[in-house]
Design a protein around this ligand. Sequence first.
Ligand SMILES: Nc1ncnc2c1ncn2[C@@H]1O[C@H](COP(=O)(O)OP(=O)(O)OP(=O)(O)O)[C@@H](O)[C@H]1O
Length: 893
Amino acid sequence: MPPKGNQLRSNSFKDESRPRQSSASRNERERLSRPRLESLPVFNLGDGRIIKIAGLLCLIISVFFLIAFTSYIFTWEADQSYVLESNGGWGNLFKTQQELIDNGVTNPVVQNWLGKLGALMANQFMFEWFGLASYFFVLVFFVIGYRLLFKVRLFSVAKLLGYSFFGLIFSSVAIGYIHGFVNNYPHYFEGEFGYWSTRLLNAQIGPAGTGCVLAFAALTVLIIAYNIDFKLPERPKKQVRGSDSDIIEPDSIELEDEVIFEPVEWPRANNRSRESATPAPLAPESQERLKQEPSFRPTVTAPLTPEPVLTHNLAHAAAIANVAKVADEVILSPEISYDHNEDESDSEEVSNGDEIPLTVEDSRPQAELSIEKEADKNTNELVEKFGMYDPKLDLSSYKYPTLDLLENYGTNKINVDATELEANKNKIVETLNHYNIEIDKIKATIGPTVTLYEIIPAPGVRISKIKNLEDDIALSLAALGIRIIAPMPGKGTIGIEVPNQHPEMVSMRSVLATEKFQNTTMDLPIALGKTISNEVFVADLAKMPHLLVAGATGQGKSVGINAILVSLLYKRHPSELKFVMVDPKKVELTLFRKIERHFLAKLPDEADAIITDTKKVINTLNSLCIEMDQRYDLLKDAQVRNLKEYNGKFVNRKLNPENGHRFLPFIVLVVDEFADLMMTAGKEVEMPIARLAQLARAVGIHLVIATQRPSVNIITGTIKANFPARLAFRVLSKIDSRTILDAGGADQLIGRGDMLLATGSDLIRIQCAFVDTPEVEKISDHIGNQRGYPSAMLLPEYVGEGEASAPKDFDPNDRDPMFEDAARLIVLHQQGSTSLIQRKMKLGYNRAGRIIDQLEAAGIVGPFEGSKAREVLYPDEYSLERHLEELQKSSGN
Ligand SMILES: Nc1ncnc2c1ncn2[C@@H]1O[C@H](COP(=O)(O)OP(=O)(O)OP(=O)(O)O)[C@@H](O)[C@H]1O
């Protein structure tokens, strides 16, 4: 017999008696035998083609039967003489007309729509076998064919076969039984099978007995299939109240008892029924779907009813919770595990069962969807009419700074030669050997300023022993700035960072020119420099979300801040980003003065956008807190959680500017010398900074705070707790390093832009990108020389405690036309807020602000109270009207 398919590779073909061959010769033999195997026509059932052909065949058979059987009903009499067994039967299929006539066939031209084969086939099935019940074959072939061809399961095949078999026998016998009472219908109704079976049964148990047997069979199948209920006529029963005050129909309570008798086939259905508590009228389509599973009905009715879905009442919530609970239990129920052992019919029950909670899930969002659609319609119309809101449109001709404004320092090549590496390696190994520490392996990674030597110590060496040798290794290498990382996080090694003899300067240009920065999708990308493995390091300030920078004087802090600012200027449009700059040293950030009308934000009556005066810093910080609160109000009103979602909605014109909504740019507060502020203003500065650091992240306000003196009275616990991202340049003591990073290391840096970035648990050593003052100047000029906004972005007004007492001068003749209406509105709502005037009277922020100032001057509202609404000084409209009359009179005079 020729070998077939996979059998060739099976072990049975191995000749165990023969000595084992070497694997090489075995491979050779397999190689030689392979082409022969592949040339065999292997029909793999899993391939899918055979299945499709089989499916198609089944469908065709089904259609063939349908046409042949149906035709037979109309043509059986005409074809009778052709198909009769006595006239030749199936043997007539290939006979000529003459032969047929010779055989006694009176009508040799067959009338069946499917010709001779159709006539013979239909006669066989309907007359000789099962009569009209033969249509079950049509159904079976159709379902199987459909499933194989389209891979869609109409019914469970196993169930279908079972029920069809029963239907075939039962229908045939039942029709035969009826034939006993009604004589005038043809024999093909019940077929030979039905006819003889009935006669046999009648002879044994009489017609009444046969009727009982048939009734028993029918009811048995109905119970198996649908678990039908047998109920006596109901007595009127009282309604019972459920625990969650939902009305429970008595039926559902009875059902708890019923389920005990349910077949094991639907264990999950039983669970459901027991949990059911909130029946309600059933939606027609649901009824249709659930007809096959009457026992499920009480559970699913409540959530499927459309009405509670829309009203979202308590009962509905309880119903949903119930169903969710049931669904969970069903999934978790250990009872269902036996399903796997059964045929697919069970799994279908499972899937049917799952449909029910799914329907509930579907119905909930539907209600929301319709609301959304309504809102969407308006928005879509707006978007169609005006297009999406483009925040950049005001400065559409704005040109981003180009890379050629930056210098290319250094060679961008690393100057560490093999001898330096070898020498350092030998010194490390020698030093460690000197202290009896053996090394398995050593590996060097060369960075721009330092080279990392990673050591794998021999088994049994204590890590603390190596860590303690830090100074000794530094001494033997005769180098400053050695840092030992034991163990390296995420690696099973110990790292020793050794400064390079010729450190490479990392120019800002080389960092910004990389794909990593150019193609970044970060909101606020800051290119800090290069890591120890010479990779460009780009972080997202929006995710940090605030940055604390510390370092002793002259270690590269100002350059670092410039690098951060320059990165942001290269990536963001003036409409997307605003800086609030605080520079107590007065010289560090002055270069950015030129970009005031593009990128800076300031207090309304400030002349200079870069704040140098401590008093003004306090006002600015408090003003930022007000801006933050206002932004939160806007976010709340827009029902979004962060700035990105808010701006997304605004751009899609889902938020109405007339209701005070506006595009919100990111705001980055940069403080260059925080220690100075803390020394002069202390708590007054610390509190708003801490508030901003705690809350401002979601509304797009981020802080970059730098200090020379990282002592605990400057970087207090409150501040530290809210700045997870900290950047340390070289500091002078270990204590300072601990204050800023919560770990040592910053004291061992080598300065000149060598820094450690702590982001939560990670500590990354980075060589800061260098950007010199002339470059910053060029960038500022490039931006400043372009068309900008009329002024810097104006922050909300904040009046300090001392300044608040004196009311502003108010010219009664220069009142806003809406002044009186605004006064009435404020008194009616008893809420002195600018945003109320803005929203209700549909005014812009500035005009509303002016009106509120006028109201304050007219003594209608109290002074500004930070983020709180102003006090309203008139309790009712009557007293207000009298006051307004007086005002009018006095202005008339
Ligand atoms: N990333 C860098 N690469 C190379 N050299 C740098 C780098 N950063 C700083 N330097 C060098 O260090 C000097 C001092 O840097 P910088 O002015 O930023 O220090 P600082 O910490 O801001 O000092 P201060 O606090 O006194 O203002 C620079 O003039 C420059 O020569």
